[in-house]
Design a protein around this ligand. Structure first.
Ligand code: PNS
Length: 173
């Protein structure tokens, strides 16, 4: 039997119930799963710093002994080789995710043919959920119940309150 180590990369800003759903599924499929937080260069200023995101993720995976959380920078495929990982796990929610995910998977395979991308679908109830939408709802004081774990909801609200009490003129991303 092969020993499959998979990397689940993402921004996780913040981790959502959709991400956790995928982590549970991935932990059943792979021998080891590394949830790897990275900066997405296409996205603006993050809400949480890397360490805060790591803390939140770690608190959510305590029962899963084949899952760890890490932070990386640079190319995902270089990180995979460094970790001896042979797979990348990505979630696909809707057709709209497909184009970008296909491009990323094929480019990663071109750069590093030893690493395969595996796509998994989260539960349908999370198919409309994203970290971006969680941040937006939270900034507008909307309900986050069922979208993120309770401790994450608390931290999101606290963080947004902190940012909103910054001096006038500060641009919230
Ligand atoms: O959760 P996200 O924002 O969709 O995650 C995107 C992420 C972090 C997985 C992607 O931006 C990434 O892989 N960044 C690392 C840099 C890299 O390898 N870029 C080339 C991709 S083909």
């Amino acid at each position: 039997m092969k020993n499959i180590v998979a990397i689940y990369p993402g921004s996780f800003d913040p981790v959502t119930n959709g991400h956790l759903d995928l982590i549970y599924r991935g932990s059943k499929l792979f021998d080891r799963l590394i949830v790897a937080i990275a900066r997405n260069m296409d996205k603006g200023e993050p809400l949480f710093d890397m360490e805060e995101r790591k803390e939140m993720l770690e608190a959510m995976i305590t029962g899963l002994d084949n899952v760890t959380v890490d932070i990386f920078s640079g190319l995902l495929v270089a990180y995979c080789i460094q970790k001896n990982a042979n797979a990348v796990l990505r979630g696909i929610r809707a057709v709209s995710d497909y184009e970008f995910e296909l491009q990323m998977a094929l480019m990663n395979r071109k750069m590093e043919p030893r690493v395969e991308t595996v796509f998994m679908m989260p539960a349908e109830k999370y198919s409309y959920l994203s970290s971006r939408i969680v941040r937006e709802i939270a900034k507008l004081s909307g309900p986050l119940t069922g979208l993120v774990p309770e401790p994450v909801e608390e931290r999101v609200r606290r963080k947004i309150a902190e940012k909103q009490s910054l001096p006038a003129g500060t641009i919230l991303k």
